[in-house]
Ligand binder design. Structure first.
Ligand SMILES: [Zn+2]
Ligand SMILES: [Zn+2]
Length: 284
C-alpha cells in the first residue's frame, strides 16, 4: 500500500467518514424512534429473543440433524422441550416483573436521547465497544466471584442460574432479579462512564447480548467469538459451559485474563455422558 493510500485509510478510521453515511441514514429515517428512551431496551430485548429463537430451533432440530449436532458441546444430550418451557417461563416472568417496569420508568422520567450530527470515528467506535466490554467483564467477574464465595449470596441470588449443568441459550436470562438488575445496570452505566457516542452504546448493547447468549448456547461454531479472538483471550461457550459444571472456574463472562490472574481459569473437558444423563436421554 502506498503512503498516500495508507494515510487516506488512517484518516477514514480517525474521522467520521466510514460511519457517517450510516448515521445520516438513521437520523434521517428513524430520528424519533432513536431518541426514545425505550429504544435501547427494545433493541436489547429484540436481539435477545431473535438469538434465542435461532438457537432454540437448532436445539430442537439437533437430535435428528447430525450436521447441527456435530457443533454441539454435548452432542449426546438433547435439550428437553420441558427445559425450554421452564426457562422461557422464567425469562418472561423476569421481563414482566423487572424489565417492563424499568422500561416504563425510563419512558416516563428519562429525557429523549440527544442525537449528535456527527457519527463516531471507526476507531472511537471499536475502542468504545471494547472499553465497555472490558469494564463490564471486570464488574461481572467481581460480582460473580463474590456470589460464588459467599454461600448466602450464592443461595439467594445466583443458584437459580446454576440449575442447569449443560446450558442452552434460554439459560442466559434464567437469573434472579438481583443478577438481572446488576447486569442491566452495568450495561447501561458503562457507555455513560466511557462517554460513548450513542451509536457505540447501542452496538455495545447488541454485542453484549450476542456474546452473553453465545456463552450459554451450547455450540462451538467456526465463527464463535473464542475462535476469532486470538491467543485464548476470549473464554466463550466452552469455558462458560465448563463453569456450569465446575462452578469455581471461569468466572469472567467474556475475556479470560481475570480468571488466569485470579487462579480461577479452567480448561473445558471433552463431554462424556454421565450415567444419569444417559438415562435422561433415553427417557426423552
Ligand atoms: Zn451461565
Ligand atoms: Zn456462576
Amino acid at each position: 500500500m502506498s503512503s498516500s493510500a495508507l494515510g487516506q485509510c488512517l484518516s477514514f478510521t480517525t474521522q467520521g467518514l466510514v460511519l457517517q453515511p450510516v448515521w445520516d441514514y438513521l437520523i434521517l429515517n428513524h430520528h424519533e424512534s432513536l431518541r426514545s428512551p425505550l429504544f435501547p431496551v427494545l433493541l436489547s430485548i429484540t436481539t435477545y429473543f431473535l438469538l434465542v429463537g435461532v438457537y432454540t430451533v437448532l436445539d430442537l432440530l439437533a437430535p435428528t440433524w447430525p450436521s447441527i449436532r456435530r457443533y454441539q458441546l454435548h452432542p449426546h444430550l438433547a435439550v428437553p422441550p420441558s427445559q425450554v418451557c421452564t426457562t422461557l417461563g422464567v425469562t418472561l416472568y423476569n421481563h414482566l416483573l423487572y424489565i417492563f417496569p424499568a422500561a416504563v420508568a425510563q419512558w416516563l422520567w428519562k429525557p429523549p436521547t440527544p442525537l449528535p450530527a456527527e457519527a463516531p470515528t471507526l476507531w472511537g467506535f471499536f475502542l468504545g465497544v471494547l472499553g465497555c466490554l472490558l469494564v463490564f467483564d471486570l464488574q461481572y467477574y467481581l460480582w460473580h466471584l463474590l456470589h460464588h464465595r459467599v454461600p448466602w449470596l450464592y443461595r439467594t441470588f445466583h443458584a437459580v442460574h446454576h440449575q442447569y449443568h449443560r446450558p442452552f441459550s434460554l439459560v442466559t436470562q434464567h437469573l434472579s432479579g438481583w443478577e438481572l438488575f446488576s447486569v442491566g445496570f452495568w450495561a447501561t452505566l458503562d457507555p455513560i462512564l466511557l462517554r460513548c457516542h450513542c451509536l457505540t452504546t447501542w452496538a455495545f448493547m447488541v454485542f453484549n447480548v450476542y456474546v452473553s447468549t453465545e456463552d450459554h448456547c451450547g455450540y462451538d461454531f467456526p465463527w464463535s467469538t473464542h475462535r476469532l479472538v486470538p491467543f485464548g483471550l476470549w473464554g466463550g461457550a466452552p469455558k462458560h459451559d465448563a463453569h456450569h459444571q465446575r462452578p469455581g472456574t471461569n468466572l469472567a463472562p467474556f475475556f479470560s485474563h481475570w480468571d488466569r490472574l485470579g487462579g480461577t481459569h479452567g480448561e473445558p473437558t471433552i463431554s462424556e455422558p454421565t450415567h444419569s444423563e444417559e438415562l435422561d436421554h433415553v427417557k426423552d
